[in-house]
Design a protein around this ligand. Structure first.
Ligand code: MTE
Ligand code: MO
Length: 258
């Protein structure tokens, strides 16, 4: 995943006048804390800049049916490797429930059928992975705002954390479990949805069955598959590596704006 990431950091670095040699050839993990700090503030600048330029609710480009890619790669986990997930999948996810908890007024446990009764949205968008591939797909699901309307949010909530079923890296402490987070601007963005269909079919296991996040103004790794639990928090500092996501804990930017 390092090629484009390095280029992104290089661009941010050159904007800030950091020497290119400090930033190329390795990713953030290898760099000293000083540079990591500068990049973190650069990331905040990027996020603020992008939102100022495009507006908080600017839409990601939407495409036509004829633009849909004939093949859309499966990336990262292709099937969560747990007995619990196997049993859920075997029963066609009839027993799966999405928990919505943390700093919410009314914790929820929603079945797929519950989610499908909420007003839905369909959008055809381009998915961009930092590994350097893109694909256009059609997503149908429930706007996250509609689910948050059910649960409410406490006034202290600042981020939503998406906990997934898969461990991308097997570890004893569970720190290899996939997770992601977004702030409330993206949570209430009209294209941010919990998708249960791709290209008109129920989501396949490869693409994240039964439910995945689509947060269209950000890169592929934010599009968390195999959702199990959404947690509203005031900080993700105490969670695993403290950086708000599986890849973020391994050096990638938290705000992966495109
Ligand atoms: N739970 C989970 N979500 C995930 C991943 C993963 O490994 N596990 N990979 C991410 C990455 S890097 C990309 S590019 C996309 C790939 O989605 P796809 O398999 O539908 O193409 O999912 C993202 N969400
Ligand atoms: Mo990706």
């Amino acid at each position: 995943m390092s090629r484009i990431l390095t280029r992104r950091n290089f661009l941010i670095g050159s904007t800030l006048g950091i020497s290119a040699t400090a930033l190329t050839g390795c990713d953030l993990l290898d760099q000293n804390a000083g540079i990591a700090e500068v990049l973190k503030s650069a990331e905040r600048l990027t996020m603020t800049g992008q939102r100022l330029l495009q507006g908080r609710n600017a839409l990601a480009r939407e495409f036509a049916e004829t633009d849909i890619s004939p093949s859309f790669r499966v990336n990262g986990t292709s099937a969560p490797d747990s007995e619990e997930y196997a049993a859920l999948s075997e029963a066609k996810f009839a027993n799966w429930r999405l928990k919505v908890e943390g700093l919410v007024e009314r914790p929820q446990e929603l079945s797929l059928a519950d989610l499908k009764t909420l007003p839905a949205r369909t959008q055809i968008t381009r998915h961009d992975c930092v590994e350097g591939w893109s694909a256009i797909g059609k997503w149908t699901g429930v706007p996250l705002a509609n689910v948050l309307a059910l649960s409410g949010l406490k006034s202290t909530a600042r981020y939503l954390v998406f906990h997934c079923a898969d461990e991308l890296q097997k570890t004893l402490d569970g720190s290899g479990r996939y997770y992601e987070s977004i702030d409330l601007v993206d949570a209430f963005h009209p294209q941010t949805m919990l998708a249960y269909q791709m290209n008109g079919q129920d989501l396949s296991v490869g693409h994240g069955a039964p439910l995945r996040l689509r947060v269209e103004r950000q890169l592929g790794y934010k599009q968390a598959k195999y959702l199990m639990r959404i947690e509203a928090v005031d900080s993700f500092a105490g969670l695993w590596g403290g950086n708000g996501g599986y890849w973020e804990d391994r050096g990638y930017e938290w705000y992966a704006g495109i």
